[in-house]
Design a protein around this ligand. Structure first.
Ligand code: MG
Length: 260
């Protein structure tokens, strides 16, 4: 599992070995496989001495609306005929443990637990069959949403785009069976979403084909693949977590804008 972490004021990538409480430090660009390819330095640091940051720094986060059968059913929506795309700005991204700010502009803040795809190399007009070679790995995400603004605006830039509305992490798992993962969202320890990536309407390779027919995905860009049934509201003070099988658990706490 790859993490990005801060230690002694410097950002590094590392290979997290959780059961041994350590991180093996990686030097170089993890997205490159040529002469600047990443190398394991042989250095190890204790996991509990580092601050885990966002696993990548995307130029954009491309999101899919209404991509789980159970979620479409729950809100009585028809299944989409083609992937519904929207964007979250790079400035919405925060890391594990960072606070989600409850904006004064909304009265109805929602969690949406999602599986995130991290892009490995530039992808433009790719076919679904070749999608896997463009994927670095997978991590956990929250598509935090101001549900009242989403309804009011008609398009979702404001509702989905506030600073802190895209927690990502903690680690990137390179090899997972992404069609077949349990995904569970908890609020204050209570299960709110409990589903499976097999419920996706459009599978990840199809999503990458549809997105890259429109825009180029760059190394480190992130695709949020939609949320399952069970979305609901958050209050200041709540702790929200997303656990995805074989990937990990992302946990963040909500604080009100005035408490900042
Ligand atoms: Mg979503």
């Amino acid at each position: 599992m790859i993490i990005r972490f801060e230690r002694n004021g410097k950002m590094k990538h590392g290979w997290m070995v959780e059961d041994e409480n350590k991180v093996r430090v990686i030097e170089g660009d993890i997205y490159k496989r040529d002469q600047t390819k990443p190398v394991m330095t042989g250095l190890e640091v204790p996991l509990d001495e580092v601050k885990i940051a966002t696993p990548c720094t995307p130029s954009k986060v491309v999101c899919i609306g209404l991509n789980y059968k159970d979620h479409a059913q729950e809100i009585g929506a028809e299944l989409p005929q083609e992937p519904l795309l929207f964007l979250k700005p790079s400035t919405s991204v925060i890391g594990p443990g960072d606070p989600i700010i409850y904006p004064a502009l909304t009265q109805n803040l929602h969690y949406e637990g999602e599986l995130a795809v991290v892009i490995k190399k530039e992808a433009r007009r790719i076919k679904a069959e070749e999608a896997d070679q463009y994927i670095l790995g997978f991590t956990c995400a929250l598509d935090i949403t101001a549900r009242d603004l989403q309804g009011r605006d008609g398009q979702w830039t404001r509702a989905k785009g506030f600073d802190t509305f895209c927690p990502l992490g903690p680690a990137i798992a390179a090899k997972v069976d992404y069609h077949n993962l349990r995904i569970v969202t908890r609020v204050n320890g209570e299960v709110r979403q409990d589903s499976h990536t097999s419920q996706m309407v459009f599978k990840i390779p199809q999503l990458l084909e549809a997105i890259t027919a429109v825009m180029t995905l760059l190394p480190g860009d992130v695709v949020l693949t939609g949320t399952p049934a069970g979305v609901g509201s958050l209050q200041p003070g709540d702790e929200v977590s997303v656990t995805i099988e074989d990937i990990g658990t992302l946990t963040n706490r909500v604080i009100s804008e005035s408490a900042r």
